[in-house]
Design a protein around this ligand. Structure first.
Ligand code: ATP
Ligand code: MG
Length: 413
């Protein structure tokens, strides 16, 4: 008899994989609860209409990737993402009456009919957060902090945060028109997907992975439009405030004007966190603000912002990390100060150790280069000046920084 195999693009999560999955789930509960978020679990299938309206019918997800089926003359779809479901539940359960912000987090399986490859499955898992009711950029900053601190709690560093502002529907309209004008002469040379996007969703053109299209979009005339500061004053203020908060909080980021994100509902802030250890499917987290979605799905006019992370991608990073190194090894001949600093790092989710036997500096440094990514050196001078010297043990680069800067140095390698 032929053996029935697991379906293409799906995987068993076996008993030996479970410790990593429990770890990711427990840390999610622990970290998001600290921010006042509560867990929500919505059904795996919903009315197809919810995703058509909620995710947007010009997106790849709705156009090509949905698992849709009929039952009792109803069209149902396995959820490709969880924001639409959470928003439906928010509206249906009158959560707008709760005092804002309403912070929800979730975890669970999602389904997308895509071409399976490393880091891309047809059933995969996401953990995510949605924060409702705050229009100010403080919420954007806090949501990005939640993502970054969750990743830190998982012991992951070597990550990059990319940020962009898509503006509001008004200023984006002007941008779309200019972008279309600049691209028009090349319309016939674009891939079939981009030809369709050109009319339906021109922003998504920037997201195309086809090399010929990418080359066209890198032409100076088109780049000038892409790189222009098209967003209106209130949107620009919102974005500048957010960048200010992140600077103050010590979160490193870069602005990427090509970052448009796949879903239709985003406005203003969008962000992505990528890992440098994942190959081509390197995004671990995608998020953004979606101020019109609650209203579009029939609720009150309530702003919101959130993110989702791919748990299989997190698991593979944690797996690599498990048999690899500590983030930091503290090198110090003053046991009290050394212990204090090591504890401070651990409290911030950074894996760290310290030599408890007070060996010579050189010996401690030797040990650091064997067991850690970074040596954090705390000598007499550093203690006096409230600084530390951080040595990247891959390339031996070292710099003296203020102690308050330490977290971000160890997060982004
Ligand atoms: P991409 O442009 O790579 O298709 P996306 O915009 O579809 O990404 P999101 O919908 O924002 O991705 O999902 C958030 C995160 O979920 C991604 O950053 C990724 O880590 C994970 N993810 C998305 N699709 C898959 C998939 N098919 N398999 C595994 N993980 C996925
Ligand atoms: Mg996708």
């Amino acid at each position: 008899m032929t053996i029935i195999k697991v379906q293409k693009g799906t995987k068993d999560i076996l008993p030996e994989d479970m410790p990593v999955w429990h770890f990711m789930e427990e840390k999610a509960n622990e970290v998001f609860t600290k921010y006042g978020a509560k867990e929500i679990r919505t059904p795996i299938f919903e009315a197809t209409e919810l995703f058509a309206r909620g995710v947007g019918d010009t997106t790849d997800i709705v156009n090509k990737e949905m698992y849709t089926f009929e039952k009792s003359e109803r069209s149902l779809t396995l959820r490709p993402e969880n924001t639409a479901g959470v928003v439906r539940s928010f509206i249906e359960n009158g959560m707008h009456r709760l005092s804002a912000p309403v912070k929800l987090w979730y975890k669970g399986p999602m389904f997308r009919y895509e071409r399976p490859q490393a880091g891309r499955q047809r059933q995969f898992h996401q953990v995510g957060v949605e924060v409702f009711g705050i229009e100010q950029s403080t919420a954007d900053a806090e949501v990005i902090l939640m993502a970054v601190n969750y990743l830190k709690a998982l012991g992951l560093n070597d990550l990059s945060v990319e940020l962009n502002s898509l503006g509001c529907p008004e200023c984006r309209e002007v941008f779309k028109t200019k972008l279309k004008e600049a691209i028009k002469p090349y319309l016939n040379e674009l891939c079939p997907d981009c030809q369709a996007r050109y009319e339906k969703n021109p922003l998504r053109l920037l997201d195309c992975k086809v090399p010929e299209c990418k080359e066209i979009y890198s032409k100076p005339g088109i780049q000038a439009v892409i790189q222009s500061d098209f967003i209106c004053e209130p949107c620009a203020n919102h974005f500048n405030e957010l960048k200010g908060y992140l600077d103050t909080l010590g979160i490193k980021y870069s602005v990427n004007k090509l970052l448009v994100r796949g879903l239709d509902y985003y406005n203003r802030t969008v962000f992505e966190i990528t890992s440098n250890n994942l190959g081509s499917q390197n995004a671990v987290c995608g998020g953004g603000r979606y101020d019109s979605l609650v209203k579009n799905l029939g609720g009150e006019d309530i702003p919101a912002i959130g993110f989702a992370m791919g748990m299989e991608r997190l698991a593979s990073l944690i797996g690599q990390k498990k048999d690899s190194k500590l983030s930091a090894y503290v090198v110090c001949n003053n046991p009290i100060e050394g212990l204090k600093l090591t504890e401070e790092l651990r409290a911030n989710g950074i894996t760290a150790e310290f030599d408890l036997t007070n060996k010579k500096f050189v010996k401690q440094l030797e040990k650091a280069s064997k067991v850690a990514d970074f040596a954090v050196i705390l000598g007499e001078d550093e203690i006096k000046s409230c600084s530390v010297t951080v040595k990247n043990l891959d390339n031996s680069e070292q710099k003296n920084i203020n102690r308050t800067e330490l977290n971000k140095e160890l997060f982004v390698k």
